[in-house]
Structure formats: structure tokens, C-alpha cells
Design a protein around this ligand. Structure first.
Ligand code: ADP
Length: 263
């Protein structure tokens, strides 16, 4: 009997070992995939704006006196725009590192949604300039229990995407209402929407939907940062599509301030 049990135990251990190996292999593949996506993205997202800055800078240095004022202004604008793009990408990478290392400690304070949305809209004003913004925040919303800095970044990223993927002059709607213990916030656009198979995948780092690959300035990081931030604040974020017409809907839920947590 002892021998039989020992044999069974040996088989079980071998099985566990196999499962562990498969898990390790899966993890390694996932890590490899992320590493190579990171390298591809970094080399593209850093090199493209750098090349533009170097081109504009060199032209200005060598030919400034013979250039017309509008040409000089355009080259300078390229330097500013592309530096902004670099800055955005580096900020995204830093956000990712903070989430990944678990070093993010959200500072949850009672916050007014209207104020946070207002700040995000002001920051996104240039990006959304061609769009119509419709605000539909229910009156008398309770205070949110969020980190206002992180939450503004989430709303900004969603506005940025809506403006990027939906056609100019289309409407971007921001809606919010309260329900038991939480506030539900929706960012709705009139773009192509997101294929059903990709609704979860879009929250993975460096993932872009194939047909939107052509839109420039995408890093595939914005939504994974949104999910990392929202979950760190005890909320949820999901992607969906409109039923009445084409367009994406991003739904966030965040806890409202608990009176009992006030002390
Ligand atoms: P990025 O926009 O930098 O590519 P994100 O993580 O913000 O990265 O988004 C991931 C992908 O999800 C995008 O590349 C795009 O394919 C898709 N996506 C995000 N927002 C929208 C939207 N509002 N409408 C359609 N597709 C979207």
C-alpha cells in the first residue's frame, strides 16, 4: 500500500510540476510579448517625434535667414508639437511603471465630479476643439471618493481617444448618475466603436485595434492606464458600443464618499 501511495504521490507531483512549467512558460511568453511590444513602441514612439524635431531644428539652424516668417513659424510649431508628443509618451510610461510596481498609492479624497470633468475638459480643449461636447451630469451628485489627479487623467485619456477615433465635428457625450454606493460615468462617442472581440483586449498594454492602427500618436497605453488607475481607486471600467448608432461607450463606476469613513 505504501508503495502504491508513493507512486500516486510521485505522479501527482509530476503533474503539479507540469502545470507549473506550463504556467511559467505562459508567463514567460506574456513577458516576452510585452517586452517586445514595449521595444517596438518605444523605438517608434520615441524615434518618430525625435526625427521630426531634429529635422525641423537642423533646418532652422542652417537656413533660418533665408526662410519666410510662416515657414519658420511652422518649423518651430513642429518642434513644440513633437516635444509635447514625446512628453505625453514618457508620462504614459511613467504611469505604467507606477501601476506595474504597485508603487501607486491613490490619495482618496471627497471630490466633486464636475470639477474633475471641468479640469479634464480644459486640458483636452485643444484636442477636442473640432468636436461638440455634451455634458449630462445629474444634478446633486454625491461626492466621489477618488484621487482627483488620477481621475482627471482617466477622463482625459477617454476624451483624447474619443476625439482621436471619432470624426471631427461629431459629438462626445459625458454622462453621470448615482446609484447605490457608486457613481456611474459614461464617455460616449460617434466613432466606429470597438469590435466585440476587442472590448476586453483594448485594456491590455500596447494593444490597438487593427483598423484604428493607422491613427497616429497611439501607444496602446491609454486604456490600460485608465483601468490601472480606476481599479486602484476601487472602481471599474468597461468598454462597450452604442445601440442606437455606431460609437464607443466607456463606463466607469467609482465609489461615493462613505459618511462612515469621514472621521
Ligand atoms: P492608443 O489610443 O494610444 O492606441 P489606448 O489604450 O487608449 O491606446 O486604446 C487602445 C485601442 O483601443 C486603440 O488603439 C483603439 O484601437 C481602441 N480604442 C480606444 N478608444 C476608442 C474609441 N473611443 N473608439 C474606437 N476605438 C477605440
Amino acid at each position: 500500500l505504501f508503495n502504491a501511495l508513493a507512486d500516486q504521490a510521485a505522479v501527482a507531483i509530476e503533474r503539479i510540476q507540469l502545470v507549473a512549467d506550463v504556467d511559467r512558460a505562459k508567463l514567460a511568453t506574456e513577458a516576452d510579448r510585452l517586452r517586445s511590444a514595449l521595444l517596438t513602441s518605444i523605438s517608434h514612439d520615441l524615434k518618430t517625434p525625435l526625427a521630426a524635431i531634429m529635422g525641423a531644428g537642423t533646418t532652422l539652424r542652417d537656413y533660418a535667414p533665408s526662410l519666410s516668417d510662416p515657414d519658420r513659424a511652422e518649423l518651430l510649431q513642429t518642434v513644440v508639437d513633437e516635444s509635447e508628443r514625446l512628453n505625453r509618451f514618457i508620462a504614459n510610461l511613467l504611469d505604467m511603471t507606477r501601476i506595474g510596481s504597485g508603487a501607486m498609492a491613490p490619495k482618496l479624497v471627497p471630490s466633486e465630479l464636475g470639477e474633475i470633468v471641468g479640469a479634464a475638459l480644459r486640458r483636452a480643449a485643444k484636442i477636442t476643439a473640432g468636436h461638440r461636447i455634451e455634458l449630462d451630469l445629474a444634478s446633486g451628485l454625491p461626492l466621489l471618493c477618488v484621487d482627483p489627479v488620477l481621475f482627471e487623467q482617466v477622463v482625459f485619456n477617454l476624451l483624447d481617444n474619443a476625439a482621436k477615433y471619432a470624426p471631427q465635428t461629431s459629438t462626445i457625450t459625458l454622462k453621470a448618475h448615482a446609484r447605490a454606493g457608486e457613481i456611474v460615468i459614461e464617455v460616449i462617442d460617434e466613432g466606429p466603436g470597438i469590435p466585440a472581440d476587442d472590448l476586453e483586449r483594448v485594456f491590455d498594454s500596447f494593444t490597438r485595434v487593427e483598423k484604428t492602427d493607422q491613427v497616429e500618436a497611439g501607444t496602446g497605453l491609454g486604456l490600460s492606464i485608465c483601468r490601472g488607475f480606476v481599479e486602484a481607486m476601487g472602481g471599474t471600467i468597461l468598454a462597450g458600443n452604442r445601440r442606437d448608432r455606431s460609437g464607443a461607450v466607456f463606463t466607469i463606476t467609482v465609489p461615493i464618499r462613505e459618511e462612515t469613513e469621514l472621521s
